[in-house]
Design a protein around this ligand. Structure first.
Ligand code: URP
Ligand code: ZN
Ligand code: ZN
Length: 468
């Protein structure tokens, strides 16, 4: 007797598409075959796709932001929104503030997540203060404990690391088997351009894009890849926005480097023109790197299609728009420099790629699964427990109706922001039933009683980590 049977759907993994039933016992997949049963509970899936639940490995939730700025989502609203968008695991960032230890930051962050999650969660660290204690003791111990990835920044005054500091982090990562993600933008160049813009009185939201040009991202991408080469570590280049940065990734790969590339919906769907809205509306689209131009969109789609990108993540970083603690904070209403960086998108990530990618024939279903789930699990040490439909894997499944049409309206979404950057976008295909850990957690637009029981996931080391 199975606990749950998903009957008659079309299953897609990162390699295959086939029709079969999926049988679940004790939260894991125990059989895949035809005419399986009996089962205590059955979900009919004929005419629908049964896919591994989405894994969003780049998410910001309850992250301390600038003075007076508050992120819109906490774990409750952020993971709920993720679940409605077809995700069963998300990976938010635990921020180390300067002067703070990693353990202390983690303790606080776990307390925020505990008991409040609709998806499984696992944390990356953000290292902003790589002291001798952090690199010599805390980080190696945390990798042993399953915190096997971290992010470093080359921009943002309060987060950026010097090249020497980045080398120290990368070297520690190589020795301990951690995987490093890098935000690549040249802070000094940006600061210089901000000064020029302010001197000329150009302080509206669109200046966010012109003070963070492609060259600042391309240069930092090249530098990060060179630093990784110097100490012989793999690297994840996150939220890539343009062709020139993609070319840096490809060039490094041709030199034999292990590089994972990530892009996000904003670089496929938005442009810098969106930052030029009436009445400061452009603030809704302020994120870093900024959305670029049409050619960059085309380039990023090519990267999705031909494998420059391994990961497609949301970089969900939600701030409310009409809010003194959000985009329109008192200083942010006056000068783009004070508009918090980041946009919401955790619920719309998968439907956008399904609709614009699969339904428009740019990618096939296995590539969709790889980009949205399997590669995230493989990159960050969760595979094969997560990210696939296989015997022994957690029964985390999203059942998609490819015929469901919707128009994105923030009023229909479940995050705690007050807008969507994709308002009005027509979508074909939506995840209509979500199963997490073998339990139906979302059905016909309603959360079930089992929904709010997401677990924390300790991770193995990434198979990519270590010397190249
Ligand atoms: O603008 C963005 N992307 N904000 C989130 C923080 C980051 O850099 O990923
Ligand atoms: Zn970033
Ligand atoms: Zn981010």
């Amino acid at each position: 007797m199975f606990d749950l049977l998903i009957r008659g759907g079309t299953i897609a993994t990162a390699s295959d598409v086939f029709e079969a039933d999926v049988a679940v016992k004790d939260g894991v997949i125990v059989q895949i075959g035809r005419d399986l049963g009996p089962s205590a509970e059955t979900v009919g899936a004929s005419g629908r796709y049964v896919l591994p639940g989405g894994i969003d490995s780049h998410v910001h939730i309850s992250q301390p932001s600038g003075e007076g700025i508050v992120m819109a989502d906490d774990f409750e609203s952020g993971t709920r929104s993720a679940l409605f968008g077809g995700n069963t695991t998300i990976m938010p960032f635990c921020l180390q503030r300067k002067g703070e230890g990693l353990r202390a930051a983690l303790k606080d962050y776990h307390a925020l997540a505990e008991g409040n999650c609709y998806t499984d969660v696992s944390f990356h660290m953000i290292v902003s203060d790589p002291s001798a204690q952090v690199l010599g003791q805390e980080l190696p111990a945390l990798v042993e404990d399953g915190y096997t990835s971290l992010k470093v920044f080359m921009t943002y005054e309060d987060l950026r690391l010097s090249d020497a500091q980045i080398l120290g982090v990368l070297d520690t990562a190589r020795r301990t088997g951690a995987l490093v993600m890098v935000h690549c933008e040249n802070e000094d160049a940006i600061r210089y351009l901000v000064g020029v813009h302010e001197a000329e009185g150009r302080v509206e939201p669109k200046s966010h894009a012109t003070t963070r040009p492609i060259a600042a991202e391309r240069e930092a991408t090249h530098r990060a890849l060179s630093l990784a080469e110097i100490v012989d570590t793999p690297l994840v280049i996150v939220h890539v926005s343009n062709r020139e940065s993609m070319e840096e990734i490809e060039r490094a790969r041709r030199r034999g480097r292990k590089v994972i590339g990530e892009t996000c919906p904003q670089y496929l769907m938005l442009t810098a023109e969106d930052l030029d809205g009436m009445d400061w509306e452009g603030a809704k689209f302020v994120c870093s790197p900024p959305p670029r131009d049409k050619e960059s969109q085309v380039a990023c789609w090519e990267g999705i299609e031909r494998g420059v990108f391994d990961l497609y993540s949301s970089d969900h970083c939600p701030f409310r728009y009409e809010d003194d603690h959000g985009k329109l904070n008192p200083k942010g209403r006056e000068n783009f420099r004070h508009i918090p960086n980041g946009i919401p998108g955790i619920e719309t990530r998968l439907p956008i790629l399904f609709s614009e990618g699969v339904m428009k024939g740019r990618i096939d279903l296995p590539r969709f699964v790889a980009l949205t789930s399997t590669n995230h699990a493989k990159t960050y040490g969760l595979y094969p427990r997560k990210g696939t439909i296989a015997i022994g894997a957690d029964a985390d499944l999203a059942i998609w109706d490819p015929n469901e049409t919707r128009t994105i309206r923030h009023a229909d979404l479940h995050d705690a922001s007050d807008y969507s950057p994709y308002e009005g976008l027509a979508i074909t295909g939506w995840p209509t039933t979500i199963i997490r850990g073998g339990k139906v957690v979302l059905e016909a637009g309603e959360l079930t009683e089992a929904a709010r029981a997401g677990r924390y996931l300790e991770r193995k080391r990434s198979p990519l980590a270590g010397p190249v």
